[in-house]
Structures are given as C-alpha cells and as structure tokens.
Design a binder for this molecule. Structure first.
Ligand code: PMP
Ligand code: GLU
Length: 400
C-alpha cells in the first residue's frame, strides 16, 4: 500500500541543528572522540533552586494537567518579569505558555499566516522559521543580510522586501545563528518602515535576551506603535539552562493569544506541570547563576572569536549575544583535503570537519547563508580549545 503523506510534511526539511547534533551523538556512542559544537544548548546544569522546585512539584503530587494557557501563577510571574525587565505591560491573559519557544513561534506563525501570505525572514535565520511558515501554508521570503552589517536587517532591505502579501516579519535578537543584537537606533529605523504597513505583525523571538555581552536587549514591542503588532516570544531553555524541561511562552494582543490558546488546546494542551513550577522558581530566584553562565559564555566567545579570525580565510563578525559564532568560510571552497575530499559547500566543509577532524558544526546553508558555518560555544573551555585546534589543523590541510 502506498501511503500518501501531506505534502506540507513530506516537503519539510529536517531540522539541521538537531540532525547534526544527533549525528555527533551517534558517532560519540560508537566510540569516536567527537566534540559537538552543533546544538545550541547550554552545557550547564539547570540551576539548583529551579531543579529543587521541580523535584518538590513531583513530591507534592503536582503532576496533573494545568490550565491550558499555563498556571495562573506562572503567567503572573511572566507578566511581572515583563514589567521588571522589559518595561512591557502584558497582563497574564496576554501570555500563553507552551512546550518550548519552538512551539510558541510555530503557533504564532500558524495563527497569523495562511496561504497567499508572505513571511519575511532575515537571513541567516534560525533553521525552523522557514519551515514553520511553509507549514502554515504561507511563503517564506528570505531577506539577506551581510557580514559587513553584522547580519542585521537594514531598513532599506526591509522596505524592498515588503509586498501587499507580507503578513509577518520574524525577528530574532540576540540572533541564532549570528549572535547579532539590534540597537535602539537600528530598531527605531526598522519600526519607521513597519509603521507604514498596517498589516504586518512582528514575531519577535527573544529567547536569548539574557545571553548578551556588549549590548542591551531592546524588545521591539517597547517601540512606538509596536505593542499592538508584536508577538513577543521567550522561554526558559537558553537563559536558565532548561532545554529538556520544555517551557516557552508568547505574549501579545489578547485576540491573537486567544486563538493560539485554542490551537494549543486542540494540539498539545498546557506544558508540563513540573516544568511550570520550575519556571516560576527560575523567574523568582536570585539571578546570580545566570550572570555566571553569561560570563563564562563571554570568555568562550572571546577565545573562539580571536582564534577563528586569526585563521586566513575565516571571517567572523563579533557577536554581541547568544552563544553562536557565524563564520564566513567560502575561501575554502574549491580546495581539496589530503584524503581527496573536495570542499565545495558549507555542508562539505562540515562533513569534512566532522568525519576527518571530529568536530561537529552546522552548515550555513541550513541558516540561509551558503558561505557560512555555525559554531555553538556552549561547551567547556577545554573542549573549545581542542575543537579550535582541530578546526585550525583541518582548514590548514586544505589545498587548492
Ligand atoms: N528560538 C530560537 C532562536 C532558538 O535558538 C531556539 C532553540 N531551540 C528556540 C526558539 C526554541 O527553544 P525551546 O523550544 O527549547 O524553548
Ligand atoms: N535552537 C537550538 C539550535 O539552534 C537547538 C536545536 C533546535 O531546536 O533547533 O541549535
């Protein structure tokens, strides 16, 4: 029997970040000494007060369904966080908690965009955005940025990309995969363009907001006229080292949140009750462990950034946030390894470095930039040092 598969699923690309991370894990299990700089996942354990809140929730039998949009106490804590940290006024009713920010972005896009609509996505983008747009029936429209502009969308490029069909703009600052952060001035310039087009809603993915070094995080919803037109996405995975707990959220205009909540009620229900209790503890605890993590990320960034930029043919603009470096590596295209392997793409370079030098990275092509490669530096300094030596050796062995 031939099974017919929904073409929107059949044509979907697998997540390259998850695929590369899975490949590295498999090689490791088989005994290879692989260093994985592929998945964007903090190497730190979840801070103790958060873990304890989870343990307590289980011990107290807090193991049943919660309200579909999330526990009122959690939404209250998130609302307070928005006021305290972002100067944003979202009531608990305007907040919907989900099984990770990935689900939040996917549902926001599904609620807003449909067949015939265009979803603007600046590249390099996080791998899942275009697939989410396609899954909702819309067309992803990729707007390129350059390493020279530190991968930030310019007002001109935004204006040029907008058509009558543009419905959503997805922004990610601090950015995965580039680490770029929009300044107040840069955001204001984008907002000036957006204000000319009433129909466009911004899905603003701010999941790396606290992983930031030389800049301040400015939510686009704080800008004039944007609160009513923005869905702010955030979550616990990155800033609180809680990737496995699966907890994220969106906040926005009540009518959109209600529709997304309805969708969630039919698809997944509320997120895990234990993670929700842990999420409340995360927001209320002393944030010192978070600052310590960010300090460690900063040291790692500096080490890897200087090292990579000292290799001829590699160019990495300085990231101001998140835990990724996005390196331009197309100077190596057309070269050949001692094994005879030819390097003609970011994928070729990634597989060469993985299979011959045991370092897992993610090809830039998966992020919409065929000349780049992404490194996650959410690994120990020892691992980064070894990985760097391997990358340097691997690149030095490529000849024209
Ligand atoms: N947005 C971005 C930009 C990310 O890098 C990630 C990482 N997985 C997510 C959303 C989703 O995070 P999660 O589902 O773990 O909350
Ligand atoms: N967001 C992380 C990354 O980009 C985790 C993997 C994923 O969810 O795509 O690597």
């Amino acid at each position: 029997m031939s099974t017919s598969i929904n073409p929107r699923v059949a044509s979907m690309q697998p997540s390259a970040t998850l695929a590369m991370a899975g490949r590295a894990k498999k090689l490791k299990r088989e005994g290879a000494d692989v260093i994985a700089l592929s998945a964007g996942e903090p190497d730190f354990n979840t801070p103790e007060p958060i873990a304890q809140a989870g343990i307590q929730a289980i011990q107290e039998g807090f193991t049943r369904y919660t309200q579909n949009p999330g526990m009122p106490e959690l939404r209250e804590a998130i609302s307070t966080k928005f006021t305290r940290e972002n100067n944003l006024d979202y009531s608990p009713d305007q907040i919907l908690c989900s099984n990770g920010a990935k689900q939040s972005v996917a549902m926001a896009v599904a609620v807003l965009a449909q067949e015939g609509d265009e979803v603007l996505i600046p590249a390099p983008y996080w791998v899942s955005y275009p697939e989410m747009a396609r899954f909702s029936g819309a067309t992803p429209v990729i707007v390129s940025t350059t390493a020279e502009s530190h991968y930030r969308l310019t007002p001109q490029a935004l204006d040029d990309a907008i058509t009558d069909r543009t419905r959503v703009l997805i922004l990610c600052s601090p950015s995965n995969p580039t680490g770029s952060v929009y300044s107040q001035q840069e955001l204001a310039a984008l907002v000036e363009v957006l204000l000319q087009y009433e129909k466009i809603v911004i899905v603003s993915d701010e999941i790396y907001e606290h992983v930031i070094y030389d800049a301040s995080h400015i939510p686009i919803a704080t800008q004039k006229g944007m609160l009513e037109r923005t869905i702010t996405i955030n979550g616990f995975s990155k800033c609180f080292a809680m990737t496995g707990w699966r907890l994220g959220y969106m906040a926005g205009p009540i009518n959109i949140i209600k529709q997304a909540s309805k969708l969630q009620g039919q698809l997944t229900s509320a997120p895990n009750s234990i993670a929700q209790k842990a999420g409340i503890a995360a927001l209320n605890m002393d944030q010192a462990p978070i600052r310590a993590m960010v300090q460690a990320f900063r040291e790692r960034r500096d080490f890897l950034l200087d090292g990579l930029n000292s290799i001829a043919g590699v160019h990495v603009p300085k990231p101001e946030g998140a835990f990724y470096l996005f390196a331009q590596i197309s100077d190596f295209y057309g070269k050949v390894a001692p094994s005879g392997r030819k390097i003609n793409s970011s994928g070729d370079l990634c597989f060469y470095l993985l299979e011959e030098h045991l370092v897992a990275l993610v090809p830039g092509a998966a992020f919409g930039d065929p000349n780049g490669i992404r490194l996650s530096y959410a690994s120990s300094m020892d691992e980064l040092q070894t990985a760097f030596n391997r990358i340097k050796k691997g690149l030095s062995e490529l000849v024209s």
